[in-house]
Design a protein around this ligand. Sequence first.
Ligand SMILES: [Zn+2]
Length: 133
Amino acid sequence: MKPSLLSTGLALALFLTGAGAALASPQISAPAGGSLRVESARLTPAAGGSYVSGKVESSSGYAAPSTPHVHVSAYDSRGRLLAENDDKLNRDSLVRSHLQPTPHASYVVFLAENPANIARITVLVHGGHAAPR
Ligand SMILES: [Zn+2]
């Protein structure tokens, strides 16, 4: 695998400003560039952990990258990694057509971490290297 393929990704940092209601609508910070963009992300408490779900938008036009997927990482307030997980994206959903002029794909990952402990979530979306497990 070439390192340059990894750099085609787009990092997205979600800063969860505090606890409680803020968890349901985290602030999204997205750097410019890349053909895949995280459009939304949401942290939902679940039994034994948390779900992070949202949508990815493609701006690449008529060709979606191979094996598109997201890597989701959760950190505590001191920047320590708490949990991470991946989800594959439906490649067909990211191809533009006359039926879907703005293609989107959904993702959802489970993190085995209490949402009260999570201070920050990072969603990295890219394709071009082998799909996660
Ligand atoms: Zn990856």
